[in-house]
Design a protein around this ligand. Structure first.
Ligand code: FRU
Length: 498
């Protein structure tokens, strides 16, 4: 049965969703049908298609009582809109259907596991959340919440675990036929931990273990975990709140953490070996992955940062977008990310320039645009000392988004100071990159409202939202010192099928 609250959201979508012209949205990055979007949820393969739900408040471009919006795709690039899947319409989720995951059940139904939030005044009169985990089952469009909800509550927590911060289950069915879920929690030291649960039927769950914890080293609450094997290692992803900055690896505030280690498959005991950020740009949070039928681990994330959500042009009727889905791999103990290969099906208008000397600010014939896929490889020529190299995109007389590489200290900087954002917030981020024989390779994916950069075949990624007017489509290159560069550029086209 569709509740009144869910029907209201669906009616609202039908009525107002079509009011947003396609040109006022990203061309190939997922956005809400109407209104606000945050975390990706329930990113899963269901009946051979990729489903993506998202934290959703249709009625404004601000965060509000959380619903789940719904999209699906056959290729991770083009998304079909489906009606809202969940509304906060029960006592146990009246303050929001928070983030969660999804899995296909052996009987062909689609399982959603999400956090239900209840809000009430505590003994001191403060408003306080109680978070529990809940199930909804459906057919890929309509979902029924289970009568047995909530199926995981405070009584299922390890000692010292917080019921206020117990959220964001990511569920999967393992080779042993059991369902597993990782869930974020806050322990009695005030910082985050990731709990692993197991169930034969999704209704009766037992705590397997605490997989890892912050110990107040990597931020406070650990949100939105994911846990999967990759290239012989085990990966634990999480998004910590209230990080303290560490060099150029972690910035303050809401960050992302990739823990790479090992796991014994039976006991599911995780041993952490290395720690790194996931994305080094400005806008990236709450990633979630799926395993595609051809064995690729694909990650998508909210391309936004909580600290800057108020810096938006208010006339847009959508807010928040997802990153391009990325293929993950591990090389030399590090997480690599590259755009899904399906993006290449949308390329046209190939322009190649080889071994171009760069001095002064130059542009190149055929290299401009706002929806494109461009790879730039830069190498020193041994002439005048090479001090810096800059690419400017989304540029006109007033606007530009700059990528600047400095070989001296090995930093790449992304700078969106002049990219149409109306507030004085964080607009630059620098991070360390590793040139190979002095050469650096940058793959830049531009959509109307974003820039994503993949460094050295995916060794690092950096994402940033921009709101530059679409007419600003020039691209220039500039160097301090002698370099030569190769540029390979494709337009990206997304005409709707007839
Ligand atoms: C992360 C998050 C989650 C929560 C959701 C609420 O961005 O805070 O922990 O489930 O957003 O919208």
């Amino acid at each position: 049965m569709t509740s009144k609250l869910l029907q209201k959201a669906r009616d609202f979508e039908t009525r107002y969703g079509p009011h947003i012209p396609d040109t006022e949205r990203p061309a190939f990055h997922a956005t809400a049908t109407i209104g606000w979007m945050n975390d990706p949820n329930g990113f899963s393969v269901y009946k051979g298609e990729y489903h993506l739900f998202y934290q959703y408040h249709p009625y404004s471009n601000e965060w509000g009582p959380m619903h789940w919006g719904h999209l699906k795709s056959k290729d991770f690039v083009r998304w079909e809109r489906l009606p809202a899947a969940l509304a906060p319409d029960r006592d146990y989720d009246a303050a929001g259907c928070f983030s969660g995951g999804a899995a296909e059940l052996p009987d062909g139904r689609h399982l959603l596991l999400y956090t239900g939030v209840q809000r009430s005044h505590n003994a001191e009169g403060y408003l306080q959340d109680i978070q529990t985990q809940c199930v909804a089952i459906g057919d890929g469009v309509n979902y029924e919440k289970w009568p047995a909800n909530p199926i995981l509550t405070g009584k299922d927590l390890p000692e010292g675990g917080s019921v206020v911060d117990f959220r964001d289950p990511k569920v999967w069915r393992d080779a042993d036929g059991m369902f597993y879920a990782v869930i974020g929690n806050r322990t009695d030291d005030g910082s985050g931990s990731i709990l692993l649960y197991r169930s034969p039927d999704c209704q009766n769950w037992e705590l397997v273990r605490i997989l890892d914890r912050s110990g107040n080293q990597y931020g406070k609450m650990w949100e939105c975990p994911d846990f999967f094997p990759l290239d012989g290692k085990q990966v634990l992803l999480t998004s910590p709140q209230d990080m303290t900055p560490v060099g150029l690896e972690f910035h303050a505030g809401n960050g992302t953490l990739c823990l790479i280690g090992t796991c014994d498959p039976q006991g599911k005991d995780f041993t952490r070996q290395s720690v790194q950020a996931i994305d080094y740009g400005i806008d990236f949070y709450a990633p979630q992955t799926l395993l595609s039928p051809d064995g690729r681990r694909i990650m998508i994330a909210w391309m936004q940062n909580w600290d800057t959500v108020n810096a938006k042009p208010y006339h847009y009727r959508w807010f928040g977008q997802m990153t391009l889905p990325r293929e993950l791999s591990i090389r030399d103990g590090r997480l690599y990310q590259n755009p899904v290969r399906e993006l290449e099906n949308y390329r046209s208008g190939c322009v190649i320039h080889r071994s171009i000397p760069v001095c002064g600010e130059i542009n190149l014939p055929g290299v401009q645009g706002r929806t494109l896929d461009m790879t730039v490889t830069v190498r020193p020529t041994g002439g005048e000392r090479y001090r810096w190299f800059r690419i400017r995109v989304a540029k006109d007389g007033e606007h530009e988004t700059i990528l600047r590489y400095r070989p001296g200290d090995g930093t790449l900087k992304i700078d969106r100071t002049r990219s149409g954002l109306p507030r004085d917030i964080v607009h630059t981020r620098s991070f360390l990159v590793r040139p190979r024989d002095g050469e650096i390779k940058l793959r830049v994916i531009l959509d109307r409202f974003s820039v994503e950069v993949f460094v050295n075949d995916g060794e690092q990624a950096a994402s940033a939202v921009i709101y530059t007017r679409q007419e600003a489509d020039a691209i220039t290159f500039e160097a301090g010192g002698s370099v030569r560069m190769d540029v390979e550029k494709y337009d990206l086209h997304f005409e709707q099928e007839a």
